[in-house]
Every structure is written in structure tokens, then in C-alpha cells.
Ligand binder design. Structure first.
Ligand code: PMP
Length: 361
């Protein structure tokens, strides 16, 4: 076996202990004589597993009882559209904070369903910094305020939950959920695609304040209504059983690691080590992001000479350091440091970067 250090932005590294357990249980899950993928989601075993996964997520994130937890499909992208369908009527308006690629996409996908007010944007700064809270043009009558706490492509992260008064705050936590403790009470709705910090792709975890389930005023099919999913225990139709199961294993792994406090410490240590290596390289490597907005999860860096990019990528791959190529829209490099990426992976990367700079001068 030849496992590499995996810095993929998503689908991303999963904890080896989770994969090993899934491997052990693959052919005969829970004494059933079949894999978890081969049996009914209505069966006793699956329901018990699903309930345990929800209970473990509630424990990890300290989710209050007045929030429903949903295990949905469609990727975060589908929910860019489904959230406005559920939280606002056709004549309503919602505030959006645009801080990078994904929040901009959330705006364009919401457009057909309500009036989008871009309350703040850092596009004019090339998304190298966050839109300063003092300049947000929030509408007190907005149906909700949407923001993206961590921008996976642009590598910027909000390090505090913004204060938005009584209007429900909606957060796309796809790339930083479970990376640190979070006060769920501050939010109306949290959603995240699973394929970075939770499990495989094809699953979306949503945490929604129950009163917001009653909002959906427009005619729409049941399958689009969050209230119907909540009433059916996320089994309105056949769920992503494999994704739910693997996510449940990750939740148990996280609890065993000491929960989100432990993850926060680890994630800080990893990001600090990498940013220090970049900042301490005498300009050989550079991170372009405003210091206050640097992401702990997705660390962008550029080499001082783009002519070295190809060699850097080729050599990292040969050294077992996978998926460091930056997003095609931005070029350069990106190291994603989700929960399942250990400190040893970052140490190996830092060591490689020093050595590469020495060798290539
Ligand atoms: N939001 C964020 C912050 C993301 O990083 C991504 C995927 N990289 C998405 C939304 C889109 O997710 P999906 O592909 O699951 O629809």
C-alpha cells in the first residue's frame, strides 16, 4: 500500500481509520451478511446507524433541539437554489455577501427565486480580503443573509461569525464545517457538501432552525421542501446510504479525537506551520491574501517564478504530496488542510518546499 499525503480541495482526504473500518465492514456490515450499500434504508440496522450519526453530529457541534439536522443530496450547488425556494417568497429579497467564487455562484443560482441584494462584495479587491463588516448594506427586511465562511478556491475565511441582527444568517460551511467549535445558535441555516470535512461526495448536511421550515410559501414539489425532508427523517426518498454511513464513521472518529476543540488546535497548528514557511521563505513563496482573512483550510501560495510551477508540481507528486495545483481560475498552488490531513503531512510539505527552494535557487 502506498498512501500519499493528500492536499486535495475536494473530494478530499478521509481519515485512514475511517476507511479501514469501512473496508473491514464492507462485505458484512453489522452482522447483516451484506454491505451497508446493499440493504434498505428502511431497515432497522440502517435507521439505527442514521440516528446514531445524527446524535454524534449533534454532540460534536452542540446542536440545540430547535434545529433539525438533514442528510440531503444535490451537492451544495443544488441548495444555492433550494435555500431561496424554501426561505423566501417570489417577491422577497435576501442579502448576499460575496467574498469569492462560491458566494458569487450562490448569488447567481438564487437569482431566479428572489431579489438578490449583494450587500457587500470584495470582487474589486480580487477577493484577496473580506468585505469589511462596517460597509455591509444590510436590509432589515431581508428574508436572510447568506455568506460563505470559507472560500475554498480563493483561500479566504471569516474568523468570526458576523453580527446581522434578527435576520436569519445562512452559511455555506462546505469547506470548514467541523474544523472548529461553532455557536450554532448564531445561524438560521448551515449547509455543507460532505466531500471535504465529512465524507464522500453526494451528501449535503444541513442544520436548520425549525421555525424556518415553515417559511416555504411558493408552490413546489415535495422533494424540494426542507420541511418534508425533516418530517421524513431525511428519508423522503432513498438517501445516499453509503455517504451517510461514512459520514457517521467520521463523526465517531472526530469524537474519538477529542471533538472540535482538538480539531481547532490541530488545524491552527497546520495552517500556522505552512503560512510560516511561506512567509519565511524570503519571497520564494508568497501568499497574496490579507493576513486577517487567510484561510486555515485552503492555503494558496505562488512561487516567485511561474516558470517553476511545472517542476514544483511534478516533484511534489513524485514525493507523495498530492493535489497541490491551484484552481485553474487562479493558477499557483493550493494546499487544503482539512481535518483528515495530519500535521505530519504539512511538515512533509514544508520540508519539501525548503528543499525545492534550495535546489532551484
Ligand atoms: N461551496 C463551497 C464553499 C465549495 O467549496 C463547493 C465545492 N468545492 C461548493 C459550494 C459546491 O459544492 P458541490 O460541488 O457539492 O455542489
Amino acid at each position: 500500500m502506498n498512501r500519499v499525503w493528500n492536499f486535495s480541495a475536494g473530494p478530499a482526504a478521509l481519515p485512514p481509520a475511517v476507511l479501514e473500518r469501512a473496508q473491514r465492514e464492507l462485505l458484512d456490515w453489522n452482522g447483516s451478511g451484506a454491505s451497508v450499500m446493499e440493504q434498505s434504508h428502511r431497515g432497522k440496522r440502517f435507521i439505527a446507524m442514521a440516528e446514531q450519526a445524527e446524535a454524534d453530529l449533534r454532540a460534536l457541534m452542540d446542536i440545540p433541539a430547535d434545529y433539525a439536522v438533514l442528510f440531503l443530496q444535490g451537492g451544495a450547488t443544488q441548495h444555492f437554489a433550494q435555500i431561496p425556494m424554501n426561505l423566501a417568497g417570489p417577491g422577497d429579497s435576501a442579502d448576499y455577501i460575496v467574498s469569492g467564487h462560491w458566494s458569487a455562484k450562490a448569488v447567481s443560482e438564487a437569482g431566479p427565486y428572489l431579489h438578490v441584494n449583494v450587500a457587500a462584495s470584495s470582487v474589486a479587491d480580487d477577493y484577496l480580503m473580506l468585505p469589511a463588516r462596517d460597509n455591509w448594506q444590510l436590509d432589515p427586511n431581508a428574508a436572510y443573509v447568506h455568506y460563505t465562511p470559507n472560500e475554498t478556491i480563493h483561500g479566504v475565511e471569516f474568523h468570526e461569525v458576523p453580527e446581522v441582527g434578527a435576520v436569519p444568517l445562512v452559511a455555506d460551511l462546505s469547506s470548514n464545517i467541523l474544523s472548529e467549535p461553532l455557536d450554532v445558535n448564531r445561524f438560521g441555516l448551515i449547509y455543507a457538501g460532505a466531500q471535504k470535512n465529512i465524507g464522500p461526495s453526494g451528501l449535503v448536511v444541513m442544520i436548520i432552525r425549525r421555525d424556518l421550515l415553515q417559511r416555504a410559501g411558493r408552490p413546489m414539489a415535495k422533494i424540494f421542501r426542507y420541511a418534508e425532508h425533516a418530517a421524513a427523517g431525511s428519508m423522503l426518498n432513498t438517501p445516499n446510504t453509503w455517504g451517510w454511513y461514512l459520514s457517521g464513521l467520521t463523526f465517531q472518529w472526530l469524537l474519538g479525537q477529542g471533538g472540535l476543540e482538538a480539531m481547532a488546535k490541530l488545524n491552527h497548528a497546520k495552517a500556522d506551520a505552512l503560512y510560516q514557511a511561506i512567509d519565511g521563505s524570503g519571497g520564494y513563496y508568497r501568499n497574496p491574501i490579507d493576513l486577517a482573512a487567510r484561510s486555515r483550510m485552503n492555503v494558496r501560495f505562488e512561487l516567485h517564478d511561474t516558470a517553476l510551477d511545472a517542476a514544483f508540481l511534478q516533484e511534489t507528486e513524485a514525493a507523495g504530496l498530492l493535489a497541490l495545483k491551484g484552481h485553474k481560475a487562479l493558477g499557483g498552488m493550493r494546499a487544503s488542510l482539512y481535518n483528515a490531513v495530519p500535521l505530519a503531512a504539512v511538515e512533509a510539505l514544508v520540508e519539501f518546499m525548503r528543499d525545492f527552494a534550495r535546489r532551484h535557487g
